[in-house]
Design a protein around this ligand. Structure first.
Ligand SMILES: [Cu+2]
Length: 168
């Protein structure tokens, strides 16, 4: 009688563990699939439909305002600012030089402390359009430099905030 009860309790306990495990595995599986789904979408360039594997070239740029130069873009860092080697920081309305076929990622941040205006970043030919970024908002956008030529990036709110992108 006692043995039977004990065995029953053991079975109960082991089934409880199993149920807990199933829930745990379920949570893990959901998290993994969510991450892989988000990661998969992040690999799709804005001018493409399929994910591109490979490390993009990174370009960090901020929207600013100063009393002397007004509204401008200022590069924070990029190895591809035209005429500047390596860091490419602190260039006002920088021009960029890319090679055809490269994956390019722009990290755009609104650091317009003085006016706190919204800013956006666009390159029409590559379907690059950030949302209107409020003060201290940022957005990352990736595209493939899939055609050669000279293109313009700009802010729709402040047309003077613009620069060239040359792709060879
Ligand atoms: Cu702007």
């Amino acid at each position: 009688m006692y043995m039977k009860k004990k065995r029953y309790e053991e079975r109960q306990r082991s089934s409880r563990i199993t149920r807990k495990r199933i829930i745990t595995y379920g949570i893990i599986a959901t998290a993994v699939s969510l991450i892989s789904y988000l990661g998969y979408n992040a690999m799709i360039p804005v001018n493409g439909t399929t994910p591109v594997l490979g490390a993009p070239a990174n370009h960090f740029i901020k929207a600013t305002h100063s009393s002397s130069s007004g509204y401008t873009w200022v590069s924070i860092a990029s190895a591809k600012v035209k005429g500047i080697r390596n860091t490419g920081g602190n260039v006002i309305n920088p021009d960029y030089a890319f090679n055809k076929g490269e994956l390019e990622t722009f990290h755009v941040i609104n650091e317009d402390y003085t006016t706190k205006s919204n800013h956006n970043f666009n390159i029409d030919e590559f379907n690059v359009h950030t949302k209107d970024l409020a003060y201290y908002e940022s957005q990352t956008i990736t595209f493939v430099a899939d055609k050669t030529g000279t293109f313009e990036y700009y802010c729709t709110i402040h047309p003077e905030m613009k620069g060239e992108i040359v792709i060879d």
